[in-house]
Design a protein around this ligand. Structure first.
Ligand code: NAP
Length: 316
């Protein structure tokens, strides 16, 4: 029997790579998209059924459930990969509440709502199969440790890690495996989108905030760009192969780190390195040092005292 899988956020990056790989291996893939250009792209792949779904929209989720139920019937659904995710970069002082909530909706609440809605189809699969259905939540090492200027990305992925562990027990009662899979930094469009978004958010800050945070955010951006272009970063295709093995495993473990950096953050940074060292290392890497702060503080003070000339120089 052909197995069916639902993959959210299939328009790009890891979701698209997973969709292609599972479809090539004869899965019936329900691949979610938001824009019609992505539907056209997904339609062309054999074994792929594009499903329109904004993962924050309850009506979209219900309609997707109806559509998929009608297609799979009593065979049910073997797996869900809760992959869709976004990153919002902004200093905590100026973080926008609406955007923070939106990210929590996409990265944390959607895996809850989608999984809960599709439980009847996972149960149907289990009713006639000895190898049991499974849900894979895509987290990040950003859920293991905090980093500057992405407070709500950290919060959403840390939340997803906690949610997944609790789901492991509750869905375990229904014979449904729950897997937490954490990629490391991966060469997808997410990094470029986050950099562009960070730039836009910096420009939208009040002038004193721009001056104060610009050195830090520029440094973060430069780090992101140099690591994002690194040939050493794994590609979405490599991660898709790892995920495929996990989904195919008869009895998957609860937790997988999909790359070395994710394993390092999980096993060394949070368990071996003292917290005070971690803080010192991150402050040094992100140049959150007194010198940068002092310069920024003096610029901020001169703006507040109306010294427009100083602001123009600092913004040049
Ligand atoms: N890349 C990394 O370095 C990295 C590291 C650790 C974890 N991750 C996680 O891996 C997952 C995949 O990320 P990626 O790197 O492949 O990024 P990506 O290429 O930006 O893909 C993100 C996907 O999520 C979809 N999405 C965003 N908001 C949505 C919404 N409201 N409803 C439905 N779909 C939505 C996007 O669809 P649209 O095209 O319609 O926007 C896109 O298909 C995410 O959960 C991310 O947090 C990534």
């Amino acid at each position: 029997m052909q197995k069916s899988i639902l993959i959210t956020g299939a328009s790009s990056g890891m979701g698209l790579a997973d969709t292609i790989l599972f479809a090539q291996n004869n899965y019936q893939v329900f691949a979610t998209y938001r824009n019609s250009k992505d539907e056209d792209k997904l339609k062309k792949i054999k074994n792929v059924y594009p499903v329109k779904m904004d993962v924050t929209n309850g009506d979209d989720i219900k309609q997707a459930f109806q559509k998929i139920s009608n297609i799979v019937g009593d065979n049910g659904l073997y797996a869900i990969i809760n992959n869709a995710g976004i990153m919002y970069t902004a200093p905590f002082e100026y973080a926008d509440e609406e955007r923070a909530r939106q990210m929590i909706e996409v990265n944390l609440m959607a895996p809850f709502k989608i999984t809960q809605t599709f439980i009847p189809l996972l149960k149907k699969y289990n009713a006639s199969n000895t190898i049991k259905a499974r849900v894979i939540n895509i987290a990040s090492w950003a859920g293991y440790i905090g980093q500057p200027f992405i407070p709500f990305y950290n919060a959403s992925k840390a939340g997803l890690i906690g949610l997944s562990e609790s789901m492991y027990y509750d869905l375990g009662l229904l014979d449904i495996h729950v897997v937490l899979a954490s990629p490391g930094v991966t060469r997808t469009s997410m990094l470029a989108k986050a950099t562009e978004d960070g730039d836009d958010n910096l420009k939208a800050l009040p002038k004193e905030g721009q001056v104060f945070y610009k050195p830090f955010l520029d440094h973060r951006k430069a780090m992101g760009e140099s690591s994002g272009n690194s040939k050493l970063l794994p590609t979405a295709d490599i991660l898709a192969k790892k995920l495929y093995k996990i989904v195919e495993s008869k009895k998957p473990k609860h937790k997988y780190n999909l790359a070395m950096d994710a394993a390092f953050m999980d096993k060394i940074m949070t368990k071996v390195i003292p917290l005070s060292w971690r803080f010192a290392m991150n402050k040094s890497v992100y140049k959150l040092n007194i010198k940068n702060s002092a310069k920024a503080f003096s610029q901020k003070a001169s703006i507040q005292s109306g010294d427009k000339k100083s602001f123009a120089v600092s913004n040049a």
